[in-house]
Design a protein around this ligand. Structure first.
Ligand code: ADP
Ligand code: MG
Length: 238
Protein backbone atom coordinates (compact mmCIF):
# COMPACT_ATOMS: atom_id res chain seq x y z
CA UNK A 1 0.00 0.00 0.00
CA UNK A 2 1.04 3.63 -0.07
CA UNK A 3 0.82 6.88 1.82
CA UNK A 4 -0.89 9.90 0.26
CA UNK A 5 0.40 13.39 0.90
CA UNK A 6 -1.58 16.46 0.00
CA UNK A 7 0.56 19.57 0.22
CA UNK A 8 -0.97 23.02 0.03
CA UNK A 9 -3.31 21.94 -2.75
CA UNK A 10 -5.43 24.49 -4.55
CA UNK A 11 -8.18 24.11 -7.10
CA UNK A 12 -9.79 26.77 -9.23
CA UNK A 13 -12.62 26.31 -11.71
CA UNK A 14 -12.09 29.26 -14.03
CA UNK A 15 -11.76 32.34 -11.83
CA UNK A 16 -13.34 30.67 -8.79
CA UNK A 17 -11.01 29.01 -6.29
CA UNK A 18 -12.79 26.22 -4.39
CA UNK A 19 -9.83 24.67 -2.51
CA UNK A 20 -7.62 27.24 -0.84
CA UNK A 21 -4.46 25.38 0.14
CA UNK A 22 -5.29 22.03 1.71
CA UNK A 23 -2.63 19.87 3.41
CA UNK A 24 -3.29 16.34 4.68
CA UNK A 25 -0.87 13.49 5.48
CA UNK A 26 -2.42 10.09 4.99
CA UNK A 27 -0.35 7.22 6.28
CA UNK A 28 0.10 3.87 4.67
CA UNK A 29 -2.89 1.71 5.65
CA UNK A 30 -4.83 4.49 7.32
CA UNK A 31 -8.62 4.93 7.00
CA UNK A 32 -9.12 8.67 6.62
CA UNK A 33 -12.49 10.36 6.30
CA UNK A 34 -13.03 13.76 4.72
CA UNK A 35 -16.17 15.25 6.22
CA UNK A 36 -17.86 18.61 5.81
CA UNK A 37 -21.00 20.27 4.49
CA UNK A 38 -22.10 19.93 0.90
CA UNK A 39 -20.05 22.10 -1.45
CA UNK A 40 -16.96 22.37 0.80
CA UNK A 41 -14.74 20.62 -1.77
CA UNK A 42 -14.59 16.98 -0.63
CA UNK A 43 -15.37 15.39 -3.99
CA UNK A 44 -13.10 17.77 -5.83
CA UNK A 45 -10.18 16.84 -3.58
CA UNK A 46 -10.89 13.12 -3.98
CA UNK A 47 -11.08 13.51 -7.76
CA UNK A 48 -7.73 15.30 -7.68
CA UNK A 49 -6.16 12.38 -5.80
CA UNK A 50 -7.61 10.08 -8.47
CA UNK A 51 -6.32 12.33 -11.26
CA UNK A 52 -9.79 13.12 -12.60
CA UNK A 53 -9.30 16.83 -11.91
CA UNK A 54 -6.19 18.90 -12.55
CA UNK A 55 -4.28 20.55 -9.71
CA UNK A 56 -4.13 24.36 -9.69
CA UNK A 57 -1.46 24.63 -6.98
CA UNK A 58 0.54 22.55 -4.51
CA UNK A 59 1.30 18.87 -4.94
CA UNK A 60 -0.08 15.41 -4.32
CA UNK A 61 2.20 12.45 -3.61
CA UNK A 62 1.24 8.79 -3.70
CA UNK A 63 4.00 6.90 -1.95
CA UNK A 64 7.18 8.72 -2.91
CA UNK A 65 5.91 9.91 -6.25
CA UNK A 66 4.52 13.36 -7.10
CA UNK A 67 1.47 12.54 -9.23
CA UNK A 68 0.33 16.02 -10.30
CA UNK A 69 0.79 15.10 -13.95
CA UNK A 70 0.33 11.34 -13.76
CA UNK A 71 -2.82 10.18 -15.62
CA UNK A 72 -5.50 8.35 -13.57
CA UNK A 73 -4.74 4.95 -15.05
CA UNK A 74 -1.15 5.10 -13.86
CA UNK A 75 -1.96 6.05 -10.26
CA UNK A 76 -2.81 2.60 -8.91
CA UNK A 77 -5.99 3.84 -7.30
CA UNK A 78 -9.57 2.57 -7.33
CA UNK A 79 -12.59 4.74 -6.69
CA UNK A 80 -16.09 3.78 -5.51
CA UNK A 81 -18.72 6.40 -6.27
CA UNK A 82 -22.10 7.28 -4.86
CA UNK A 83 -23.86 6.51 -8.13
CA UNK A 84 -22.17 3.23 -8.85
CA UNK A 85 -23.62 2.46 -12.27
CA UNK A 86 -23.28 -1.26 -12.93
CA UNK A 87 -23.53 -2.41 -16.52
CA UNK A 88 -27.04 -3.89 -16.77
CA UNK A 89 -26.21 -6.31 -19.60
CA UNK A 90 -23.21 -7.81 -17.77
CA UNK A 91 -23.29 -10.38 -14.99
CA UNK A 92 -21.93 -9.65 -11.52
CA UNK A 93 -18.66 -11.41 -12.43
CA UNK A 94 -18.31 -9.49 -15.69
CA UNK A 95 -19.06 -6.22 -13.95
CA UNK A 96 -16.43 -6.90 -11.31
CA UNK A 97 -13.75 -7.88 -13.79
CA UNK A 98 -14.45 -5.30 -16.46
CA UNK A 99 -11.39 -3.15 -15.74
CA UNK A 100 -9.18 -6.25 -15.97
CA UNK A 101 -10.67 -7.06 -19.34
CA UNK A 102 -10.02 -3.52 -20.56
CA UNK A 103 -6.43 -3.94 -19.44
CA UNK A 104 -6.18 -7.17 -21.44
CA UNK A 105 -5.61 -9.40 -18.40
CA UNK A 106 -5.43 -13.09 -19.29
CA UNK A 107 -8.48 -15.26 -18.59
CA UNK A 108 -6.90 -17.08 -15.60
CA UNK A 109 -5.96 -13.82 -13.92
CA UNK A 110 -9.45 -12.42 -14.55
CA UNK A 111 -11.09 -15.52 -13.08
CA UNK A 112 -8.87 -15.75 -10.02
CA UNK A 113 -9.10 -12.06 -9.09
CA UNK A 114 -12.88 -12.01 -9.51
CA UNK A 115 -13.12 -15.19 -7.44
CA UNK A 116 -11.05 -13.76 -4.58
CA UNK A 117 -12.99 -10.48 -4.56
CA UNK A 118 -16.30 -12.38 -4.63
CA UNK A 119 -15.21 -14.46 -1.64
CA UNK A 120 -14.18 -11.39 0.32
CA UNK A 121 -17.55 -9.73 -0.38
CA UNK A 122 -19.80 -12.77 -0.07
CA UNK A 123 -20.80 -12.65 -3.73
CA UNK A 124 -19.59 -16.09 -4.80
CA UNK A 125 -23.10 -17.44 -5.37
CA UNK A 126 -24.22 -14.37 -7.28
CA UNK A 127 -21.50 -14.16 -9.95
CA UNK A 128 -23.85 -15.20 -12.76
CA UNK A 129 -26.72 -12.93 -11.79
CA UNK A 130 -27.52 -9.62 -13.44
CA UNK A 131 -27.62 -6.30 -11.56
CA UNK A 132 -31.43 -6.06 -11.79
CA UNK A 133 -31.64 -9.32 -9.80
CA UNK A 134 -29.69 -7.87 -6.85
CA UNK A 135 -30.64 -5.90 -3.74
CA UNK A 136 -29.22 -2.44 -3.12
CA UNK A 137 -26.64 -3.77 -0.68
CA UNK A 138 -25.54 -6.49 -3.09
CA UNK A 139 -25.11 -3.91 -5.87
CA UNK A 140 -23.00 -1.81 -3.55
CA UNK A 141 -20.82 -4.85 -2.87
CA UNK A 142 -20.38 -5.43 -6.60
CA UNK A 143 -19.25 -1.81 -6.93
CA UNK A 144 -16.66 -2.45 -4.21
CA UNK A 145 -15.70 -5.67 -5.96
CA UNK A 146 -14.83 -3.70 -9.06
CA UNK A 147 -12.36 -1.73 -6.96
CA UNK A 148 -10.92 -4.76 -5.14
CA UNK A 149 -10.11 -6.79 -8.28
CA UNK A 150 -7.68 -4.08 -9.27
CA UNK A 151 -5.71 -4.58 -6.03
CA UNK A 152 -4.98 -0.86 -5.80
CA UNK A 153 -2.54 0.97 -3.55
CA UNK A 154 -5.27 3.36 -2.47
CA UNK A 155 -9.08 3.12 -2.26
CA UNK A 156 -11.16 6.24 -2.68
CA UNK A 157 -14.84 6.28 -1.66
CA UNK A 158 -17.16 9.19 -2.44
CA UNK A 159 -20.30 8.96 -0.28
CA UNK A 160 -20.74 5.30 -1.21
CA UNK A 161 -23.66 4.75 1.16
CA UNK A 162 -25.77 7.81 0.59
CA UNK A 163 -28.22 6.05 -1.75
CA UNK A 164 -28.93 3.24 0.71
CA UNK A 165 -31.63 3.15 3.37
CA UNK A 166 -30.65 3.83 6.98
CA UNK A 167 -30.50 0.22 8.13
CA UNK A 168 -28.39 -0.95 5.22
CA UNK A 169 -26.14 2.07 5.61
CA UNK A 170 -25.23 1.02 9.13
CA UNK A 171 -24.56 -2.58 8.04
CA UNK A 172 -22.39 -1.45 5.14
CA UNK A 173 -20.26 0.73 7.42
CA UNK A 174 -19.23 -2.40 9.27
CA UNK A 175 -18.56 -4.24 6.02
CA UNK A 176 -16.38 -1.49 4.61
CA UNK A 177 -14.38 -1.33 7.84
CA UNK A 178 -13.94 -5.10 7.88
CA UNK A 179 -12.80 -4.92 4.28
CA UNK A 180 -10.26 -2.27 5.17
CA UNK A 181 -8.92 -4.37 8.01
CA UNK A 182 -8.63 -7.39 5.78
CA UNK A 183 -6.93 -5.61 2.88
CA UNK A 184 -5.02 -3.12 5.09
CA UNK A 185 -5.52 -0.69 2.28
CA UNK A 186 -4.96 3.04 2.49
CA UNK A 187 -8.46 4.47 2.23
CA UNK A 188 -9.78 7.99 1.73
CA UNK A 189 -13.52 8.12 2.33
CA UNK A 190 -15.77 11.12 1.77
CA UNK A 191 -19.03 11.70 3.60
CA UNK A 192 -21.16 14.58 4.83
CA UNK A 193 -22.42 12.32 7.62
CA UNK A 194 -20.75 13.05 11.00
CA UNK A 195 -21.83 9.73 12.50
CA UNK A 196 -20.31 7.81 9.63
CA UNK A 197 -17.08 9.74 10.15
CA UNK A 198 -17.05 9.25 13.92
CA UNK A 199 -17.70 5.51 13.74
CA UNK A 200 -15.45 4.56 10.81
CA UNK A 201 -12.39 6.78 10.71
CA UNK A 202 -8.87 6.36 12.08
CA UNK A 203 -8.47 10.03 11.29
CA UNK A 204 -11.05 12.67 10.39
CA UNK A 205 -10.40 15.73 8.25
CA UNK A 206 -13.06 18.39 8.86
CA UNK A 207 -13.44 20.61 5.79
CA UNK A 208 -15.38 23.84 5.38
CA UNK A 209 -15.52 26.17 2.36
CA UNK A 210 -12.36 24.86 0.71
CA UNK A 211 -10.10 24.71 3.76
CA UNK A 212 -9.23 22.16 6.43
CA UNK A 213 -10.61 23.26 9.80
CA UNK A 214 -9.07 20.45 11.83
CA UNK A 215 -7.56 16.99 11.56
CA UNK A 216 -7.76 14.48 14.38
CA UNK A 217 -8.96 11.13 15.59
CA UNK A 218 -12.70 10.91 16.36
CA UNK A 219 -12.43 11.26 20.14
CA UNK A 220 -9.82 13.99 19.95
CA UNK A 221 -12.03 16.08 17.68
CA UNK A 222 -15.01 15.51 19.89
CA UNK A 223 -13.17 16.38 23.11
CA UNK A 224 -10.98 19.16 21.81
CA UNK A 225 -12.50 20.94 18.80
CA UNK A 226 -10.29 23.82 17.60
CA UNK A 227 -13.18 26.13 16.85
CA UNK A 228 -16.92 26.58 16.86
CA UNK A 229 -17.36 25.21 13.38
CA UNK A 230 -15.75 21.89 14.29
CA UNK A 231 -17.61 21.76 17.60
CA UNK A 232 -20.92 22.38 15.86
CA UNK A 233 -20.28 20.02 13.03
CA UNK A 234 -18.99 17.13 15.10
CA UNK A 235 -21.65 17.74 17.71
CA UNK A 236 -19.47 18.25 20.76
CA UNK A 237 -20.25 20.84 23.41
CA UNK A 238 -18.19 23.95 22.55
P1 ADP B 1 -18.59 18.46 -1.92
O1 ADP B 1 -18.20 17.16 -2.52
O2 ADP B 1 -17.92 18.75 -0.62
O3 ADP B 1 -20.08 18.61 -1.81
P2 ADP B 1 -17.55 19.56 -4.37
O4 ADP B 1 -16.14 19.19 -4.36
O5 ADP B 1 -18.47 18.78 -5.24
O6 ADP B 1 -18.11 19.64 -2.89
O7 ADP B 1 -17.67 21.08 -4.82
C1 ADP B 1 -16.88 22.13 -4.24
C2 ADP B 1 -17.18 23.43 -4.96
O8 ADP B 1 -16.67 23.36 -6.29
C3 ADP B 1 -18.67 23.73 -5.09
O9 ADP B 1 -18.84 25.12 -4.93
C4 ADP B 1 -18.99 23.30 -6.50
O10 ADP B 1 -20.06 24.03 -7.01
C5 ADP B 1 -17.70 23.61 -7.23
N1 ADP B 1 -17.47 22.72 -8.39
C6 ADP B 1 -17.31 21.38 -8.33
N2 ADP B 1 -17.08 20.88 -9.57
C7 ADP B 1 -17.10 21.94 -10.42
C8 ADP B 1 -16.91 22.08 -11.83
N3 ADP B 1 -16.65 21.04 -12.61
N4 ADP B 1 -16.99 23.34 -12.34
C9 ADP B 1 -17.23 24.41 -11.55
N5 ADP B 1 -17.41 24.34 -10.23
C10 ADP B 1 -17.34 23.13 -9.65
MG1 MG C 1 -19.38 15.51 -3.09
Amino acid sequence: MASVQIRDVRKAFGPVEVLHGVSIDIEDGEFVILVGPSGCGKSTLLRMIAGLEGISGGEILIGERVVNHVPPKERDIAMVFQNYALYPHMTVGENMGFSLKLRGAPREEFDSRVKVAAEILGLTNLLDRYPRQLSGGQRQRVAMGRAIVRDPQVFLFDEPLSNLDAKLRVAMRTEIKALHQRLTSTTVYVTHDQIEAMTMADKIVVMHDGIVEQIGDPLGLYDRPDNLFVAGFIGSPA
